[in-house]
Design a protein around this ligand. Structure first.
Ligand SMILES: [Zn+2]
Length: 237
């Protein structure tokens, strides 16, 4: 009887361990929705590789890898880096059984299909898609009221986090500026591009079991709570 119990316990433990699956997350959201913050949180909490294509491109260029040189050729002539090249660079980071969070990637349906193909080969498909949803009008307000200090890079928000003296940095007194990226017209254009590219990606992943849409206007902590809840089926403990 004791043996039988022991066996039962052992098989339960085995089942429990096997039932756990590394989160393989795609994090989607418009510019200014707080993707970077959430990606860092996820990667720390669940021990995931944080993969941002911007970082990967810079890293490959800096190290002078073959892929980096190819990408540099496109970038320096003002062309878009082809999907195949980007996905190959990302795939190099996705070897092994570990979980990951893809920050702002895939950016188009073509990239999503290439990515799925590569992940299918190793039997580790995407099992979580998190959309940080924020209305365009909120983002325009969030970003267009942002001011930055060119000396210490601190950022302020004219409404929610204004400097103590209007127009000047609290730390070093430098005159604050509005980054070209934060001008309303530029933001609206970035949002337009985002919607055109991302909506097909969302449709592509709409049947993923772990897909969740989170209201990005919530506080960072509230968003984290919802993210955690959505990952519970994958990481039960
Ligand atoms: Zn400053």
């Amino acid at each position: 009887m004791r043996r039988l119990l022991l066996l039962l316990c052992l098989s339960l433990v085995t089942w429990w361990v096997w039932a756990e699956e590394a989160p393989r997350i795609i994090l989607i959201g418009p510019p200014g929705a707080g993707k970077g913050t959430q990606a860092r949180y996820l990667s720390d909490k669940y021990n995931l590789s944080h993969i941002s294509t911007g970082d990967i491109l810079r890293e490959n260029r800096k190290q002078g890898t073959e892929l980096g040189k190819q990408a540099a050729g496109y970038m320096d002539s003002g062309k878009l880096v082809p999907d195949e090249l980007i996905v190959t660079m990302v795939a190099e980071k996705l070897t092994g059984d570990g979980g990951f969070v893809l920050d702002g990637f895939p950016r188009s349906e073509a990239q999503a299909q290439l990515l799925d193909g590569m992940l299918a080969k190793v039997g580790h498909p995407i099992n979580s898609v998190i959309l940080l949803d924020v209305a365009d009008s909120d983002l325009v307000e969030r970003l267009s009221l942002r001011r930055s200090c060119p000396t210490c890079q601190r950022t302020y928000h004219l409404k929610s986090n204004p400097p103590k003296k209007a127009g000047l940095c609290d730390v070093d007194g430098t005159a604050l500026i509005q980054r070209p990226d934060d001008k309303e017209e530029v933001i609206r254009n970035r949002l337009k591009v985002y919607h055109e590219q991302t909506e097909p990606v969302l449709r592509h992943y709409q049947d993923t079991p772990g897909i969740i849409k989170i209201d990005g206007r919530l506080s960072i902590e509230q968003v984290q709570k919802q993210v955690d809840a959505s990952l519970t089926p994958l990481v039960p403990h």
